[in-house]
Structures are given as structure tokens and as C-alpha cells.
Ligand binder design. Structure first.
Ligand code: ADP
Length: 547
């Protein structure tokens, strides 16, 4: 049809070009591995990104090549995001907390050409070195003076970009060009890659601030505690410059006191990350008797935010929003900003509303299906596996047909593996991961609900509910808990505490105290490892002579 609007392909570099022009006072503050606090504006960053792009092309990086990073949140990692994508290559983020075999598998599967590594992670690479593909070039993200001892032939980042021109003639890439690659650590089999495109990344960057409105304020600071090595730090390296916010990058130190100091010093408005991190910050807030100055907005995702945590932050004047998402979804699928009718609602109602996973972001569709794949109504009650569809969702895994076949349904929707309900207003309630549900006597019990109820007991600092085998009921729930002090309530006391919310048969059969709970490479409680640790565990009812 004549006279239709122009078509311009969406390009990631245009986000930074926009920020450098429209938000020149904003930029990136980085608590660096070197121990200093580094500051640079978006215009300066764009200049360095151009220098890096020249250096990359000089090293022979071409369209479609994978360039790997093994780095914490910091300005140099940000520069890699933009320069690698800007020249049409793919920025492949590696998670330093993954097991050695997984890292080796991922690097080989992605066929990485270059590996950019933070100085403190060089020993990790040295350990991998004997098994890394020959020809994989190493670049250390520091300057010459602070270069650690490195394997022969390793390059120095600052040296590499110094002297390069600070402008670059960015190519007009088709928007479906691949830009980023992140592997998700499945519980079985090898990790699977989600391959993002310029289009999906720019759309995600526009969709999220449109929905998660409480967090984005030009001229304010946002802290991604969620790592840049996993799902693009939930898109913040794109949404922050787009909306004129300064990124405060925490580097490797994510403990409560370090985060408090950084947030307090920079006046961070909004902070994003998984619940385990916010439990650490809360202890420091209590120790200091105040919240960090300027702090007003907290986004919790990656696993269910416990109600007690939401209550604790809200009581201290911090607005909490829960987000749900997955690596395969760029990652944000739902946001926790409440509809206006909650303005003036009482605290109880508001907190209850915030305990669900929120409403879908624009551009995404949800469908709930039963075991036969039949669609269930969005009535808030019907519960089944959640499928998603949208421009920010994978159409399959990177170079992995088997995994793709398992994940996609006949209509092309992606199966999340989460069991959920959706109500008529689009509100999502994640009942559990399908593999974490406790199946007891043909019924199921939500481990998330049990954990929430247990966590509201003051003696419990952290907990996880796992399913243990039972000959008659299939599985029974067991509560594994970390105590907050010396008190160790008995199982009966926990039952009395939790009884109001559950039928008796849904309550845990046992309470096991542990010193700490295992965490995944992304900082969530690892039920997989916990189940492995409990391989020899027998339910009390089944122990010798007890029956
Ligand atoms: P990994 O667990 O390998 O890090 P992801 O980061 O992609 O992989 O995790 C996605 C999963 O995390 C979701 O499928 C869901 O089970 C869980 N999850 C994320 N956010 C929430 C939330 N707000 N509430 C409950 N579960 C969540």
C-alpha cells in the first residue's frame, strides 16, 4: 500500500545514542573489582563503546560471531553489551557461579571467539584453560597497571580501546539480527540458550518501563543487583539509559552492608534483584535503624517474594513490586504495579495484591492449560501450566532442536513449566514450578504457599518446602528451615501457626533444621540441590518401628 509509514529497524545502539543526547547528565556509577567507585556519563560511554567497536572489528569479530563475557555488573560489561551488538555480533554472558562442566559446555556450544573477563575472575578462566577451545582469545577488563597475572597472550581491555576513534559508523542491521545469548541452567540435561535479537531487546526495553512505572524516573538512580551475566540484568542496561536513569553497578559485593553503603552514597531510588539479596539488605537496614537515603522502590523477582519481606519493606516506606519472568522471556513477563483502585486501599489488601506475580506486561499473552493441553479460563481459580507468547519470548532454544520440541506447543506458544492461575484482570498467581509442587494423594500442594506461611513465624529466617516420597500418598511436604535465632519451634507449633491457611493434610510432615539453604547460580534457593542432599531422608512415619 502506498504512503505507509517508514520502516526503520530497531537497533540496540540507538538506545545509547538517544541517552547520550537526551540524558547526557545521567550515566553509570560502578563499584569496580579494582576497589574504586568509577563514574562516567552516557556521552562518555557512547564514546568508549565506539572505541570498543573499532577494537572488536580490528580483532576480526564479524556479524553473528559470539563474544563471551565473564564479568560482574560494571561499566565495561555495559560497554560490551552495546559494542558487540552494535557491530552485529552476539554478546554471550557467562555465569561465573556455574559448575566447571557447564561453563565448558556452554562456551563450546556457543562457539565463542573472544572471552572478556573481570580481573578477579581470571583464576576461574585459568582453571578452565586446559579444556577451552584453542583460539579463544582472552581480554581482561582492566588497565595495564592493574592487570593480574594472566595466561600468555591475554589482552588488556583499556589498552585495547585506547587510541581508537570515539565515533563509529554503526551498521544498519536488520532488527532480527541476534544480539545476546544467555543459557539457562535447566535442572536436567545441558544448559539451553536463549538468543535475543535487536528487535526483542528494544521492545522489551520499551515495554517494561511502560508497565513497571514506579521504578523509572529520569534523573534518579537504579541499582541492578540482578547480574548482567544472567538475562541481561532483567533489561536494566537498556531500560535505564532509555528513561534517563543512572545505573549504579554493584560489582561483586552483594552482601547487605556493601549494598547499603552503595545505595546510601548514591541515593539509589529503585533496586532490583532476587529475594535472598533483599533479606541481606533488610538485616543491614535493621542494624542501621534506617533505610538508605533516597531509597523508595524495590523490584523483587526470580522467585516468589515472601509476604513477610514485602511487609517489612513497605512498613519502612519502600514501595515493593513483584515481577515474574524467565530467561526465555528477556526476562520480564509480569509487573507488580497495582491498578489505581488500590490507591487508598488498606495495607492488608495492598500487600495481598502484591503477593501475586502481578499483571502481564504489554506485548505478552498468557494461556493456562490442563494436562491435556486444553485451555482453562482466566477466572483466578483454574490452575494449570502457563504458556506465553510475544515478541520478547524465544521461538526455540539456540541450536537445540530437542529442547525446542519439548518447550513449544503446536500453536507456537512457549511452555514455562510454571503452574499458575490468571484472573479476569490479567493478574498472575504462580502456584509453583511444576517440578516443585508436592503431589499428595492425587491433589497438589503449593510449596510457595507453605513457605510463605512458615516464613511469617519469627523463628524462621529462611525455608524451603520439598516433596519427599511416600508409598501411599506419592509425596508428602517437608519443611526445611534456617532459624533466625536460638528458638527452634517444634513441628506442632509450626502446624498451629500455619493451620489457618491450609487443610490439615496439606501441612508438612516434618521440620528439618539446617544451617543454611543451598543457592542456585542465580542466587535463588536451590530445591534441586536440597532434594539431592536429602536423598537418604525418610519421612518420620516411615522410619523403622515408627509405623
Ligand atoms: P533459572 O532458575 O535457571 O535462573 P530463570 O531465571 O529463567 O531460570 O527462572 C525462571 C523461573 O523463576 C520461573 O519459571 C519461575 O518458576 C521462577 N520465578 C521467577 N519470578 C518469580 C516470581 N515472582 N514468583 C514465583 N516464581 C518466580
Amino acid at each position: 500500500m502506498q504512503g505507509l509509514m517508514m520502516h526503520r529497524d530497531l537497533r540496540i545502539i540507538d538506545i545509547l545514542r538517544h541517552a547520550a543526547e537526551a540524558h547526557g547528565d545521567a550515566g553509570i556509577v560502578s563499584a569496580r573489582v579494582e576497589g574504586d567507585l568509577h563514574r562516567q556519563s552516557y556521552p562518555q560511554t557512547l564514546g568508549r563503546v565506539a572505541q570498543l567497536a573499532h577494537a572488536l572489528t580490528g580483532l576480526g569479530v564479524k556479524t553473528g560471531d559470539r563474544v563471551a563475557t565473564l564479568a560482574w555488573n560494571g561499566h565495561r560489561h555495559f560497554e560490551l553489551y552495546y559494542a558487540v551488538a552494535g557491530i552485529g555480533a552476539v554478546c554471550h554472558t557467562l555465569n561465573p557461579r556455574l559448575a566447571r562442566e557447564q561453563l565448558l559446555y556452554i562456551i563450546a556450544h556457543a562457539d565463542d571467539r573472544l572471552l572478556f573477563v573481570d580481573a578477579d575472575l581470571v583464576p576461574l578462566v585459568v582453571d578452565l584453560l586446559p579444556d577451552l577451545p584453542e583460539g579463544l582469545r582472552l581480554v581482561v577488563l582492566t588497565d595495564r597497571a592493574r592487570m593480574p597475572e594472566t595466561p600468555h597472550g591475554a589482552l588488556c581491555y583499556e589498552e585495547l580501546i585506547a587510541g581508537q576513534p570515539a565515533t563509529y559508523d554503526w551498521p544498519d542491521l536488520p532488527e532480527d539480527t541476534a544480539s545476546g545469548l544467555c543459557y539457562t541452567s535447566g535442572t536436567t540435561g545441558h544448559p539451553k540458550g536463549a538468543l535475543y535479537s535487536h528487535r526483542s531487546t528494544v521492545l522489551h526495553a520499551m515495554q517494561v518501563p511502560l508497565c513497571q512505572t514506579s521504578s523509572f524516573r529520569a534523573g534518579h538512580c537504579v541499582l541492578p543487583v540482578v547480574p548482567m551475566f544472567h538475562v541481561n540484568a532483567w533489561g536494566l542496561p537498556y531500560t535505564a539509559p532509555l528513561t534517563g536513569m543512572t545505573l549504579v553497578m554493584p560489582g561483586p559485593n552483594l552482601d547487605g552492608p556493601s549494598l547499603f553503603r552503595l545505595m546510601d552514597g548514591e541515593g539509589v531510588w529503585s533496586a532490583w534483584g532476587v529475594p535472598t539479596v533483599w533479606a541481606g539488605l533488610l538485616s543491614e537496614i535493621d542494624a542501621q535503624g534506617r533505610i538508605p537515603q533516597g531509597f523508595g522502590d524495590l523490584v523483587v523477582g526470580g522467585s516468589a517474594a515472601p509476604r513477610v519481606m514485602i511487609e517489612a519493606y513497605e512498613a519502612r516506606g519502600v514501595n515493593v513490586a513483584q515481577a515474574w519472568g524467565m530467561t526465555e522471556m528477556s526476562p520480564i513477563g509480569s509487573h507488580g504495579v497495582l491498578p489505581p483502585r488500590y490507591d487508598g486501599a488498606d495495607d492488608e489488601d495492598r500487600i495481598t495484591a502484591k503477593c501475586c506475580a502481578g499483571r502481564r506486561i504489554f506485548g505478552l499473552d498468557f494461556k493456562i492449560v490442563d494436562d491435556d493441553g486444553t485451555r482453562l479460563p482466566h477466572d483466578g481459580d483454574a490452575t494449570g501450566e502457563l504458556y506465553v507468547r510475544g515478541s520478547t519470548v524465544i521461538s526455540g532454544y539456540f541450536e537445540n532442536e530437542d529442547a525446542t520440541r519439548m518447550a513449544m506447543d503446536a500453536e507456537g506458544w512457549f511452555g514455562t513449566g510454571d503452574v499458575a492461575s490468571v484472573d479476569s484482570e490479567g493478574r498472575l498467581v504462580i502456584r509453583d514450578r511444576a517440578k516443585d509442587l508436592v503431589k499428595s494423594g492425587g491433589e497438589w500442594i503449593s510449596s510457595i504457599d507453605l513457605e510463605n506461611a512458615a516464613l511469617s513465624h519469627p523463628a524462621i529466617a529462611a525455608c524451603a518446602v520439598v516433596a519427599m516420597p511416600h508409598p501411599k500418598w506419592d509425596e508428602r511436604p517437608v519443611l526445611v528451615a534456617v532459624a533466625s535465632g536460638a528458638e527452634r519451634p517444634a513441628l506442632e507449633e509450626m502446624h498451629a501457626h500455619m493451620a489457618g491457611h491450609f487443610a490439615h493434610w496439606q501441612l508438612p510432615d516434618d521440620l528439618v533444621w539446617v544451617e543454611e539453604l543451598p543457592l542456585t547460580a542465580t542466587g535463588k534457593i536451590s530445591k534441586l540441590t536440597l532434594r539431592q542432599r536429602m536423598a537418604d531422608y525418610v519421612l518420620p512415619e516411615l522410619r523403622g518401628g515408627a509405623a
